[in-house]
Design a protein around this ligand. Structure first.
Ligand code: ATP
Ligand code: MG
Ligand code: MG
Ligand code: MG
Length: 463
């Protein structure tokens, strides 16, 4: 997929101040936003940009955002698709591409012929906001989805908003159909034994103000969210998110400690071990974002999750120190796997960089020969290797030296300085926004957090 995307943008400059798109890191689970307690979606870190309060750094961005949704705690282990902790894969446009491209590319991505496993999503259903004729036409006329597989839905499902106020807009969602053979007349997209919503495309074009009215944003934006666990569930062909390799090892460990076989366990037991797996997952990520147990706000969320995990553990007969019992599995699943992925990714980047450097040096040598000048690598090239491929300039210089090529260090330094200035400007802009928003920690005490009820241990007793 990465290569495909590269190809799509092959004519678009990828360095200097016209960088078009950037893969950005996940923001913390602790948001820079006093209106929510925890990060609930990929768009949150970009809210100030959507609202036009902070200039965009790039026209388009991509993230894999860790999220917590306490409002889904009652669903954990009961539906096939809800976690308290999950990762949301998102593409964002800040006044760049809009509805047509977002729809076309989402379809392209999830129906890639040569990624065989996805291709079944050609059978997917899509939903559009009830009066969004433009989206309907795009799905039908351009993408070719038959009328019976496009559903118009109301505000509750297809008008996305991150809170009572803030950026929002109509959305269009993709639902994976596990049983397309059942036909498409009279279907209920809420039936999750058949359908799972896996991808949401939000056409972020309004701001909901304090008085509840909608004001158009200066720019039309795109905010998409593809649930990693739901994607894994579809690609790994397992019946629910919990049986994907993202979380199943913890659930298997819980079953082993409870002396049951997960496969043979009844639904009530399965729900309990899923709750343990889900909560441990959430707890580890919350702690690693420095959310420690306490009696207020976020600290209370993590405290309740720990208590619920411990209590559920006791209900299934896991005795003693629950965290310690799970530590080796958690380290293996959440930490070592992550390290391995990072290493693999870096090695691939490094190898691509080596190839590129080789090509650049060959070009420098042949053009020097043509013009009878001394071979020299441009500062721009050396900077591209540094910025995009992680090549320290010393290494580039060493390799270039071996081939008798020098580096234009003056222009390399100028590129470095430009980048430093750009990120400084962006940093200042973000800082201003936080100051405007008031003191975050103070505001949190005033936030009414409805997850307390949902997180009470009552739910476990009833389970
Ligand atoms: P659902 O209707 O299934 O509760 P949603 O409409 O609340 O999902 P969105 O706010 O549209 O979800 O979030 C975008 C995507 O994030 C979803 O399409 C899904 O893939 C994923 N997602 C949302 N909530 C969860 C959750 N609790 N656990 C795992 N993935 C989730
Ligand atoms: Mg939901
Ligand atoms: Mg939904
Ligand atoms: Mg949705």
């Amino acid at each position: 997929t990465e290569e495909l995307v590269e190809d799509k943008y092959k004519d678009v400059p990828t360095s200097g101040d016209s960088i078009r798109r950037k893969v950005l890191p996940s923001a913390s689970l602790v948001p820079d936003d006093p209106t929510v307690l925890l990060t609930i979606a990929g768009m949150l870190q970009f809210k100030p940009i959507f609202l036009g309060k902070v200039p965009r750094q790039v026209p388009c961005a991509t993230t894999s955002q860790r999220c917590i949704r306490t409002n889904d705690v009652e669903n954990v282990g009961r539906t096939s698709r809800h976690h308290t902790f999950f990762e949301m894969l998102g593409n964002f446009s800040f006044g760049d591409y809009f509805k047509k491209e977002a729809i076309k590319w989402a379809w392209e991505l999830t129906t890639l012929e040569y990624v065989r496993v996805w291709s079944a999503s050609r059978q997917s259903m899509v939903s559009v906001y009830e009066d969004d004729d433009e989206a309907f036409e795009m799905w039908h006329d351009e993408v070719g989805v038959p009328v019976e597989r496009i559903k118009r839905m109301g505000e509750e499902d297809n008008f996305w908003t991150s809170g009572v106020t803030g950026p929002c807009g109509p959305c269009s969602e993709l639902y994976y159909d596990f049983h397309p053979e059942r036909g498409h007349s009279d279907v209920d997209l809420g039936d999750d034994t058949r359908f799972v919503e896996f991808y949401n495309l939000v056409f972020m074009q309004y701001n909901r103000t304090d008085d509840g009215s909608l004001e158009p944003l200066k720019q039309k934006n795109i905010d998409t969210g593809l649930g990693l666990e739901r994607m894994a569930c579809i690609l790994q062909k397992v019946p629910n998110n919990y049986e994907t390799d993202l979380i199943f090892p913890i659930i298997e460990k819980a079953s082993e400690l409870a002396n049951v076989s997960y496969v043979l366990a009844d639904d009530s037991m399965k729900t309990k071990v899923k709750i343990i797996g889900d909560h441990l997952h959430a707890i580890v990520y919350l702690l690693s974002d420095s959310v420690v147990p306490s009696n207020i706000g976020r600290g209370y969320v993590v405290r309740q999750l720990i208590r619920r995990a411990v209590r559920t553990g006791r209900l299934v007969g896991i005795k003693g120190d629950i965290e310690e019992a799970f530590l080796p599995t958690i380290i293996q699943t959440l930490i070592l796997e992550e390290l391995k992925r990072e290493e693999l990714h870096f090695v691939q980047t490094l190898e691509r960089g080596e190839k590129l450097l080789d090509q650049m040096l060959a070009d420098a040598l042949s053009s020097a020969q043509e013009n009878s000048t001394a071979p020299c690598l441009s500062g721009k090239d050396a900077f591209l290797l540094y910025d995009t491929y992680g090549f320290p300039v010393e290494i580039t210089r060493e390799v270039a030296d071996e081939r008798g090529v020098s580096i234009d260090m003056n222009s390399f330094d100028i590129e470095m300085e430009n980048q430093r200035r750009q990120s400084q400007a962006a940093h200042n802009a973000v800082k201003l926004e936080v100051e405007d928003g008031g003191d975050l920690a103070e505001n949190i005490h005033d936030t009414e957090f409805l997850g307390y009820d949902a997180l009470s241990t009552r739910a476990v007793v009833e389970a």
